[in-house]
Design a protein. Sequence first.
Lengths: 354, 71
Amino acid sequence: MIKCVVWDIDNTLLTGVYLESGDQLPEPDPELLAVVRELAGRGILNALASRNPPAAARYVAKVTGADFAAEECGWGSKAEAITRIAAELSLAPDAIAFVDDDMLERAEVAAALPDVLVLTPEDAVEAPGWPAFSPAVITDEARRRGELYARRRQRQAEAAAFGGSRDEFLRHVGTRISIALATEADLPRLHELSVRTHQLNSGGEEVTESELAGYLEAAGVAVYTVRLADNFGDDGLVGTAILTGNEAGGDAVGLVSGAFGVYQVPLVMMSCRALGRGALDALLAWLCRAAAAAGATELQIPCLVTERNVPMRLALAAAGLRAEPGSIGPDGRAIFARSLTGALPRLADWVTVP
Amino acid sequence: MLADLTGRPEVAHIGPDTVLFGEGVGLDSLAGTMLLRQIERRYGVDVAAEDLNLDALETLGTLASFITKRV
């Protein structure tokens, strides 16, 4: 699934060369502009990589009216630019497509980054018809993704200029986190999270809408959603967790009942866009508190141990959860646990809970 | 490194027993991930691969001793 298309500017998005056009700056290519808009509407990000001064990117943004999630304008290689874009957007190379009219540029990128989908402008015109560019369901969060990434860059610029702690910054920008019980209307977005998230995902597998609906209906199982917003914009539903206690009984949607007093979180998922904004910390703190309020004495969170979800393990450690090193099961998961007696993690005052 | 990642210059002067997560330094998953990456780049030590619980990140002292044992 392609999550971001990186566009070259000269003779690709623009019908001409930016620096060679004097007063008559080139117009955008109408066919490619239509592709940019169509993909944005599907939740696919657009980015720019060009050997041009930054003013070229500003010109393209202005003249197309499109949001660009990242802009690498400089004099290095396209492969380097794409690598930086991937890092900035937390995307793997196989989620990126690159469009350039120049055969040598395409060859350079294809050699350096074999997982990137390299396209000619003619290919790009056809691409909206391809499966890799066609998500099955388009959620509200997807439709607004381009806009949300533009706001994210503004937030990051302000964070870089801010002179206090992370929590002071979150308060300064009006962060609002709300945790609520999930409803049926949330199912498409929850399913999308299971497909898209890897770094902040304890399970690492796709969960279908009907499995999620099963969790919603099962007795003794609570599905929570996390919504995130601040003065820069509303990111909508960014994360979810399933909490189950010993009342769940043996086989509710395939969950095994834990020992008495032990609550389990079979799944936690969050969009990596929410990293650094306190949403996962709030969710984990809430899970501890909700389980404790229900009478549990221990909370367990099985978590897949992979290279990609180190950020999830960091959040678990910060919330006071620990795993026995030998406890990695055949499914690759370690059971992270913490006692719920004693002091529980704090909830910041900008977090609303059920 | 910590002072840069948290944007708080006073963090450059913390003692070895200051807790990294929570009130002291306030390391979160974002800053933590970047810290681990920088440690790997600078010292060649992949903390996450070897330490399931990331206990090495408990305090500055535990982190320093984890790294020096493996450098």
